[in-house]
Design a protein around this ligand. Structure first.
Ligand code: SAH
Ligand code: ZN
Ligand code: ZN
Ligand code: ZN
Ligand code: ZN
Length: 421
């Protein structure tokens, strides 16, 4: 899909030079597309690019993969093989070609319903950063969605939530449906075009074109009162402004499908992201608030809850739903704060002065009268910096301020003295 326009700034200079780069790959090793905004591109180079793109299409189209799947499930267990190197379901006539590859054999129907359990998580690449929900967190999210009365889930970059919904729907009397939007095309092997769209959330691009757009639009249509919620868990290295712009487009799609009476309402959203992005997210979505619930992951050592001496996960749920409606599990130590009208971590103490439960990380924070706000327990007020910081910080450390104007409190990407691309 389309590239994003970035700006290269150098210290002291007001104007930066603008260039286009790949929206999805943060690492130039994954995609080396680069073009100055004002650069003239020759016909030859354009042709070479098109040629490159043609040669880098997936082996099979989504349609073909759906057909292959139909044939695959007809095979007896002993003939159901998955190539771990090619990350592909194999039909019998293809075994030969993959004879030197590691294969997974006897793929059961249950396994086919949980592809995230055997697909290799694309975690080493900055590009995909696939961190899968721990079962407890996934279950919690789904219960919450059901309890809130939603019947449709637009799963944007949440394959594990999608698969939990899909497999429940096929087993019991469970009426929730899910549509997965993800850039990971491997999922097209397991889901039809009505269940999965190949999608880039950094530029709102549907690889399946108008038909895929239409699938998404239809899904967002709340016929027979089936209410929709969007749940997204983007890679944490992702640019918040690019993500926000795509999510606004998905929200606009929802709004357009609505009958009258939707008024000023927004499509309900759960955006799962680390707490230190709170102010960035609120910049773009002032109606959102951050919940205290700590989202845990399976394949991320840092973001995993242990039973005791647990590491705290920094990942939270941001939502435009009324906070008091988001009930957090008491057995995991969350409690309701009547003053804040929301569930908070057990360690999160209500501060009388701030009139809020101020902790962001689950530990008890302390109020600093000089800063006029609550700060982390490990911080102390520093008179020379005129703010709270770790005791061993170096005062007025150079580089702590903005790279462009030198002032503290923002980074160069948010510098008010720069006009934004
Ligand atoms: N916790 C989620 C997975 C989150 S990991 C779960 O368990 O379901 C981030 C997800 O975003 C991955 O599925 C990854 O494939 C997807 N992703 C990464 N970059 C993307 C992009 N540019 N567009 C759409 N999806 C993307
Ligand atoms: Zn192979
Ligand atoms: Zn409170
Ligand atoms: Zn306070
Ligand atoms: Zn202070």
């Amino acid at each position: 899909g389309p590239a994003l326009l970035f700006v290269k700034t150098s210290q002291g200079k007001e104007e930066g030079r603008r260039f286009y780069a790949c929206s999805a790959c943060r690492d130039r090793k994954d995609c080396n597309f680069f073009q100055w905004e004002d650069e003239k591109v020759s016909e030859t180079r354009l042709a070479a690019r098109e040629e490159y793109n043609r040669n880098h299409q997936p082996t099979f189209t989504h349609r073909q993969n759906v057909e292959r799947y139909k044939n695959f499930v007809l095979l007896p267990l002993s003939k159901r093989r998955f190539c771990q190197e090619c990350q592909q379901l194999l039909l019998a006539e293809e075994w030969e070609k993959h004879s030197n590859h590691q294969l997974l054999c006897d793929i059961s129907t249950a396994q086919l319903k949980s592809p995230s359990q055997f697909l290799y998580p694309l975690e080493n690449k900055k590009t995909n950063a696939q961190y899968l929900f721990a079962d407890r967190s996934c279950q919690f999210l789904l219960n919450l969605i059901v309890d809130l009365g939603f019947r449709r889930v637009l799963s944007v970059g949440t394959p594990r939530l999608h698969e939990m919904i899909q497999s429940k729907a096929s087993q019991e009397d469970f009426r929730v449906r899910s549509l997965l939007l993800d850039i990971d095309f491997r999922y097209s092997q397991f889901y039809t075009e009505d269940e999965f769209c190949h999608y880039n959330m950094f530029n709102h691009y549907f690889f399946g074109g108008e038909a895929a757009h239409e699938t998404c639009r239809n899904f967002l249509c709340e016929d027979n009162g089936e209410r929709v919620i969007m749940v997204t868990d983007p890679p944490f290295g992702g640019l918040v402004e690019a993500l926000a712009s795509s999510f606004k487009k998905l929200m606009a799609m929802w709004k357009k499908t609505g009958k009258e009476g939707q008024g000023n309402k927004e499509m309900p959203v759960f955006w799962i992201f680390p707490y230190f992005f709170e102010s960035r997210i609120l910049d773009f979505f002032p109606s959102f608030s951050m919940m205290d619930y700590q989202v845990d992951y399976d394949n991320h050592a840092l973001y995993k809850h242990g039973k005791t001496g647990r590491r705290q996960s920094p990942v939270r749920i941001f939502t435009n739903l009324t906070p008091s409606m988001i009930v957090l599990p008491v057995e995991e130590g969350y409690r309701f704060c009547a003053l804040c009208q929301r569930y908070v971590s057990s360690g999160n103490q209500h501060c009388e002065i701030c009139n809020s439960c101020t902790s962001k990380d689950g530990r008890r924070w302390k109020h600093c009268v000089l800063c006029k706000k609550c700060v982390k327990p490990s911080w102390f007020h520093c008179n020379s910096c005129n703010c709270c910081a770790l005791p061993n910080h170096s005062c007025e450390k150079s580089g702590s301020g903005c790279f462009v104007c030198g002032k503290a409190g923002h980074k160069r990407s948010a510098c008010p003295s720069l006009s934004h691309a």
